[in-house]
Design a protein around this ligand. Structure first.
Ligand SMILES: [Zn+2]
Length: 457
């Protein structure tokens, strides 16, 4: 988001040093956001990883609250309005990022921290320009056509650390012939593109890391794809090194984005792996914060996806044996170019090989019909095959999850739910995260707790 200093009056925007008499205890804030991570996703991850008596690390954090997520124009939010509510304390419409429903740009808590002289960064295994990270760093009235603009705003505002996927939005083909990455380098950014180059980077002043043209790989597919992408933990640890060099402190947002993507596909195995990756990152981050007394860690979600639940008949052992994401399996399927159908023999073979299920001719027929229908409706036609495959596998393993029909009828979210999501907090003032909160409470509270004036509009 841009700063428009002229819009801000002296009364509504007090000087940083006058806002509090005492030195604030919270110098650094790390917000960790599991996209689509409701209690059902946490429960599935807990059961598959640790068994019914085990525990995720997240569950050991000392303070817990629940959060409502609804948007301005819907009782079910998408990631754009959900991220905007959290990042800016403003309710906006689904599809909008960093703006009020009337399209007027608003500022985020990250902007407030930067204005207070602190370092700021964002990490996501989604594209760094998609809804959640963009809610902290940019603004657009149309998330479907705004990622190029968000990338340019990131350059203009010189955010200190940007790590994740989405290099395509920085490329000349998307930026009218301009190579945005070289512009970042001209501004003094170190640029890294894989795990190896990320490891080599030595405390640069500013850091841009783009590890995939679009989304970073699912954890579940790392082996099959021989991925040389850094993990969420590796990105986070590097970011903490860069950001913590600043005496005044920092704000970092870390997104585990692909929990949501796996959940959209009803892919419980994918949800498990992505949530554990996120949980491990929370653990590494809280352990980092434990060595000091000035860092607040907030773990939350922007909304829940697909009403996922640990159902009684869910085949936990079967789900654990699946070795690829629904996306990976979908890409392995052959299509008959003449009919546009997925032939039964190939489909049966692929689903047996990767998901260990036997499907019937009726299921193949139904699948082909579903794919044709869902390619024509909904907001993500490009994911029709992945999602239909995921729902087919989920049915065989009795995963508790929203039906494919309800997903198809979810016109602005493709299967999000309005369920409250959990918040966990560690560090000074973590006890403020208590009871039932609204997503618009979060950044206001962070501003108060850390003595950083949240910029009023
Ligand atoms: Zn989603």
């Amino acid at each position: 988001m841009f700063f428009h200093y002229t819009q801000v009056s002296a009364t509504s925007y007090p000087e940083v040093n006058n806002i509090q008499q005492e030195e604030p205890k919270v110098k650094n804030v790390i917000m960790m956001l599991g996209d689509g991570m409701g209690v059902g996703q946490l429960e599935i991850a807990r059961l598959l990883e640790h068994g019914k008596e085990g525990s995720l690390f997240i569950e050991t954090l000392p303070h817990v609250a629940l959060m409502r997520t609804y948007s301005n124009n819907n009782f079910v939010t998408d990631s754009a309005a959900g991220g905007t509510g959290i990042a800016t304390s403003v309710k906006t419409n689904n599809g909008m990022i960093g703006v009020k429903p009337n399209g007027k740009e608003v500022k985020s808590i990250l902007d407030a921290f930067q204005h207070a002289g602190k370092k700021v960064g964002i990490i996501s295994n989604n594209t760094v320009t998609d809804a959640t990270p963009a809610s902290f760093t940019g603004s657009t009235t149309d998330r479907w056509n705004g990622q190029e603009k968000i990338a340019r705003e990131m350059l203009k505002n010189k955010y200190d650390v940007i790590l994740g996927g989405g290099s395509i939005y920085f490329s000349p083909e998307k930026q009218k012939g301009i190579d945005l990455i070289s512009k970042f380098k001209e501004e003094g950014y170190a640029f890294v593109h894989d795990k190896t180059s990320l490891k080599k980077v030595k405390n640069p002043e500013r850091l841009l890391g783009l590890f995939h043209p679009t989304y970073m790989n699912y954890k579940l597919d790392y082996e099959q794809k021989k991925s040389n992408e850094p993990s969420l933990i590796e990105m986070t640890e590097t970011a903490l090194n860069v950001l913590s060099t600043n005496e005044k402190g920092f704000f970092l947002m870390v997104e585990g984005a692909r929990i949501d993507h796996a959940a959209h596909a009803a892919d419980a195995t994918g949800v498990w792996k992505e949530t554990i990756e996120f949980d491990n990152t929370v653990k590494a981050t809280v352990n980092w914060a434990k060595k000091r007394d000035d860092t607040l860690v907030i773990v939350l979600a922007d909304h829940e996806t697909m009403g996922m639940a640990a159902s009684e008949p869910m085949d936990i052992e079967g789900l654990k044996k699946i070795k690829a994401s629904s996306e990976f399996i979908a890409h392995k399927l052959k299509i008959d170019k003449n009919t546009g159908n997925y032939p039964a023999d190939n489909m049966k073979k692929i689903l047996k090989q990767y998901a260990h299920i036997d499907i019937s001719d009726d299921e193949v027929e139904q699948f082909n019909e579903n794919v044709k229908r869902s390619s024509q409706v909904g907001i993500y036609p490009q994911y029709a095959v992945t999602w239909e495959i995921g729902s087919l596998i989920a049915a065989h393993y009795n995963v508790g999850v929203m039906s494919r029909d309800v997903r198809a009828k979810s016109n602005t979210t493709s299967g999000h739910s309005g369920n409250m999501v959990p918040i966990f907090a560690y560090g000074p003032s973590a006890d403020r995260f208590d009871g039932v909160l609204d997503n618009t409470d979060i950044s206001k509270m962070i501003g108060e707790i850390s003595g950083v004036p949240f910029i009023k509009r």
